[in-house]
Design a protein around this ligand. Structure first.
Ligand SMILES: [Zn+2]
Length: 373
């Protein structure tokens, strides 16, 4: 019986649409429009027993939003610009930028998929939503299919909620985390951020504390633009930080305090200068864990710390080799954005294109990542 409860919930959420579907013809296609353009979905909307299943990741990624699914907590987070909408399965309360908001119906799980109220989320992100029954279109934003502003339709033509299904990353979904070490630098970090913004790709920046002190605006920009900050020690001076696990911890804490002063938060994710291999002994991991840190190495190196610096072609060849031609499931890519890595920046657009072509989803590192140590 408990197993059926989500299904009843789904039926409730969908009832308005079901009524419409039965009159309009269940096989009719529904299209989504934004800014005068049809959103091309990766997978077509799917009619199933009178319900319209919409691939949420497609819709929101076309709008430039990020969708995060936390399977452990059954929680979905949708982020765009400075707005974050968080919904939890079976909870009638959503959080919009941390503020509690009541939902007409809770998100539900149905056949391992997550249905959330599309209208609520879009409106929370600042998009008006219009349902045009004649054209079978969902208009997102203030423009109609010709790009003209369209007045809202009469209330009775507007379903209470438009349903959406999140396509959770399939078990086979490949993920890539781009990481940049040793910054921020005044000459290259802004270029890296510009490229990431243009490509709408998030990354993780393992910054050195003393560099962060010099470039607080770049640290703030990294955070505001949706990237993750990681701690790469305060000094990056091997003799000092690898003198003992306590010395290493001291350097992490010093950098953490700098970052907390700038952003209000101390990152939990860290990366050992030069990697843990050959530097860490068991007590380093112990000390990190005791103090709430985790550490990341990498499994795809651009080789960009070598001297002389590799060319763009060599960087791309390294990526292909270490990712086993785009087949490894969890890629963590090592790059540097310190002052002498111009070729890394030059290779970045093609590097991103490589992972896109091989079907990777771009994510930031978090303590929950499977490669966290
Ligand atoms: Zn480093």
């Amino acid at each position: 019986m408990d197993k059926l409860r989500p299904i009843y919930g789904a039926l409730l959420v969908w009832c308005c649409l079901v009524c419409w579907a039965s009159t309009a013809g269940a096989q009719e296609q529904v299209s989504f429009w934004h800014g005068g353009q049809e959103l091309q979905l990766d997978n077509p909307p799917l009619w199933q027993e009178g319900r319209l299943l919409i691939p949420l990741r497609s819709v929101f990624s076309r709008l430039g939003a990020e969708v995060d699914w936390d399977g452990g907590n059954k929680r979905v987070t949708i982020t765009q610009a400075a707005i974050t909408v968080a919904l939890t399965i079976d909870s009638p309360v959503a959080q919009v930028n941390g503020q509690r908001r009541a939902l007409d119906g809770p998100p539900v799980l149905y056949q391992d998929r997550t249905y959330i109220p599309l209208r609520f989320v879009l409106e929370a992100l600042g998009y008006p939503v219009h349902w045009n029954a004649d054209a079978r279109t969902v208009l997102i934003g203030d423009q109609d299919v010709d790009g003209n502003w369209q007045a809202p339709l009469p209330e009775d033509e507007v379903p209470e909620e438009l349903p959406v299904v999140i396509e959770q990353p399939a078990k086979s979904q490949k993920r890539v985390c781009l990481t940049f070490d040793d910054g921020p630098s005044a000459n290259l970090t802004p270029q890296v951020l510009d490229i990431l913004a243009q490509q709408q790709v998030p990354a993780t920046f393992f910054v050195i504390g003393c560099n962060a002190e010099r470039e607080p605006d770049l640290i703030r920009r990294i955070v505001t633009e949706g990237h993750a900050l990681g701690n790469h020690t305060y000094s990056h001076a091997y003799q000092e930080i690898y003198a003992s696990s306590q010395a290493y911890l001291d350097s992490l804490r010093q950098a953490g305090a700098v970052l907390a002063r700038i952003t209000g938060d101390e990152p939990a994710i860290t990366r050992a200068p030069g990697g843990t291999c050959g530097h860490f002994t068991g007590d380093y991991y112990h000390v990190l864990r005791e103090n709430g840190y985790c550490t990341f190495d990498w499994n795809v190196s651009t080789g960009d710390s070598a001297l002389p610096r590799p060319t763009v072609e060599q960087i791309l060849a390294n990526i292909a080799t270490y990712s086993r031609n785009g087949t490894i499931k969890e890629a963590v890519v090592l790059m540097h954005d310190s002052p002498t890595h111009e070729t890394t920046v030059a290779a970045l657009p093609q590097l991103i294109a490589f992972f896109q072509e091989y079907g990777y989803v771009f994510e930031v590192l978090t303590p929950a990542h499977p490669l966290a140590k």
